[in-house]
Ligand binder design. Structure first.
Ligand code: AP5
Ligand code: MG
Length: 224
């Protein structure tokens, strides 16, 4: 089993690198942010509960995301492992993950911590555009990775969206929450010998090369 976690602040490239890794490793990428946004889009009870929280840049309650992930990692496509993108992001979530994996006789095999300075992150989030088609989910940036035609996905032709939490004030709130609630996970996983640092500044290709390099240190990782 290869059970990876992508750790890193908003806009650090978890989605961008995660998309590449899922192809490279043939493992599903499980993004709690994508799952929650899908619930909001569909207008489910869960979606109505989390929409204002996400829009403000706060974290949704631990028990909500723990339940989503517990259900998701039990599905058949996670039989050889998975890549978690955006979960866990609090110590209680990390402890809940540890407990649910122990129960299945497995464990986290590696944590890739993508580091990018705050001032770069705000620009990345504010300029981000996302494909509205869930099956595609391509990620663009108006400056560093623009689509060929404004607001149209190069891959599937669907409309591109600007996330409601990608306004500058919400990004700043997300960054504050990251430093306060999620950064302590670096020590949590470092003390377990699982943390691998990745410098997230550079082109997406350069960062991917560093990600593969970091993965060579992960037991059951990849990439000869
Ligand atoms: P989530 O969707 O997980 O957002 P996030 O963690 O804030 O991270 P992002 O998706 O913003 O950034 P990313 O690292 O994926 O960057 P990307 O690759 O897109 O969560 C959203 C919300 O949901 C949370 O705020 C919370 O409310 C809730 N939530 C989710 N999980 C939760 C949990 N576990 N507990 C509680 N609440 C939870 O890249 C960003 C931009 O930069 C793109 O435009 C991209 O093209 C560009 N880019 C990427 N790499 C590079 C590069 N190397 N150079 C230049 N540009 C780049
Ligand atoms: Mg993301």
């Amino acid at each position: 089993m290869t059970n990876l976690i992508l750790l890193g602040p908003p806009g650090s490239g978890k989605g961008t690198q995660g998309e590449r890794l899922e192809v490279e490793l043939s493992l599903p990428r499980l993004s709690t942010g994508d799952m929650l946004r899908e619930a909001v889009k569909k207008g489910t009870d869960l979606g109505r509960q989390v929409e204002p929280i996400m829009k403000s840049g706060s974290l949704v309650p631990d028990e909500v995301v723990v339940e989503i992930i517990a259900e998701r990692i039990g599905q058949a496509d996670c039989g050889k492992g998975f890549i978690l993108d955006g979960f866990p992001r609090t110590i209680p979530q990390a402890e809940a993950l540890e407990a649910m994996l122990t129960e299945k006789g497995t464990a986290v095999t590696g944590v890739l911590n993508i580091a990018v300075p705050d001032q770069v992150l705000i620009d990345r989030c504010v300029g981000r555009r996302l494909c509205s088609n869930k099956e595609c989910g391509a990620i663009y940036h108006v400056k560093s990775n623009p689509p060929a035609q404004d607001n149209v996905c190069d891959r599937c032709g669907s409309e591109l969206l600007h996330r409601s939490d990608d306004r500058a004030e919400a990004v700043e709130e997300r960054l504050r929450n990251y430093h306060r609630q999620t950064e302590p996970l670096e020590d949590f996983y470092s003390s377990r010998g699982l943390l691998h640092e990745v410098d997230g500044v550079g082109s997406p290709h350069e960062v991917f090369e560093r990600t593969l390099e970091a993965l060579r240190g992960v037991s059951g990782g990849c990439c000869e």
